[in-house]
Design a binder for this molecule. Sequence first.
Ligand SMILES: *Cc1c(COP(=O)(O)O)cnc(C)c1O
Length: 466
Amino acid sequence: MRYVSTRGQSPAQDFAGVLLAGLAPDGGLYMPETWPHFSHADLRHLRGLPYAELAARVIAPFTGDAVPFATLQALCRDAYAGFRHPATIPLVQLGPNLWALELFHGPTLAFKDLAMQLLGRLFDHVLRQHGRRITIVGATSGDTGSAAIEACRGRAAIDIAILHPAGRTSEVQRRQMTTPDAGNVLNIAVDGNFDDCQDLVKAMFADAAFRDQMRLSAVNSINWARIAAQIPYYIASALAVGAPEREVVFAVPTGNFGNVLAAWAARRMGLPVARLTVASNRNDILARFLADRDMSVRDVEPSLSPSMDIAISSNFERLLFELLGRDPVLTAEIMTGFRATGRMDVPEAAWRRARTLFDGFRLDDEGTTAEIARLHIECGYLADPHTAIGIAAARAHPCGPLPTIAAATAHPAKFPDAMQHATGVRPPLPAHLADLYDRQERFSTAPADLAQVQSVIRAFVSRNSP
Ligand SMILES: *Cc1c(COP(=O)(O)O)cnc(C)c1O
């Protein structure tokens, strides 16, 4: 399988190249040159397989020759063995035609583990084959950092350094990052806010000498491999409620558009999906776009669902490319205009095409709290704020008798204050994290200063690969 850039100015790459590069050199995002196809018979053959096996078969066309199938199977088995539910991704029925797809049984209790756990192993495999080592650097305000650390800790070919704003993450989030005991993990508590951390990471990638010397890499949400690893759970859950004989509907709590794009990809590959609902909090750029073709950037406002607090959904570029009939020149032109003006000028025909499949939905904090309370009272179900928005979106767009699956993206114990406020219940952490508050934390501290952060990372990397 070859991959092309949405902006058409970078050479095609194979899976290993795309995995290691993340962003294409022309600023575009990589897309598969052609979409794999699963016929209804192919889909029926996947029904009832253990999740790891199903995942390997769905991902195999994307990895192509870069990873032998037997290796991919082993990596998938290993990646999902650490999930704390025998079904890996259980479905919980909440209404006559409504299910929650629980994607939060991985080590850090958010859906990002499903892609990250496999990505860490794929990186390690590809790097070892090429005899290379890399240093993954990232900034986090919470979920992504811990998912990346859990995925990379102890891997031979990877060092990982994560910057977080000192004193500005929740205690659960900080401890999830700072307590894994592995020599290849470095946490830096930066005296500053999240934007300072992100600026430092950008500056490190812009410093060519440092970037090359440290062999910097990233695992951010525009990496194609993360999207590919999110497609199998849409197929597995649809099969469980009657696909391919029945069409299904998905509702997905959305920030960067990565998770819902994977649902779109599953449909593109042959899964019968009738509609996709994009659920947002008050940061509603996608809901405004779908309602009025208004894709304009506004300041981010903090909400009860922080992982959806975004100004721009970077993976939307991939859908745009498809809506434009894969025209890279027009895609590049629209994205350049968007960067310059803060408003994306999507042609009306492309917008109409999006509306034939996607519905937008927006819910503020008050509505989110009400939905958490309602689910607790009516179904005895504890939905975290992100999940509650997805379920509310599914209920707002009923599709008659079609089964609707709402993605449950985080465990309620990650947001104990919001849960207690809405339901009076403070959900306990699962057993594997029950002693989180007793574990020893390890982190360095640094001011928000490029030279000082770089010297902390340099010392860490040279200690690990002298
Ligand atoms: C990251 C995240 C989201 C948003 O997913 P995208 O792929 O960025 O759209 C939603 N919910 C939770 C809990 C998350 O961690």
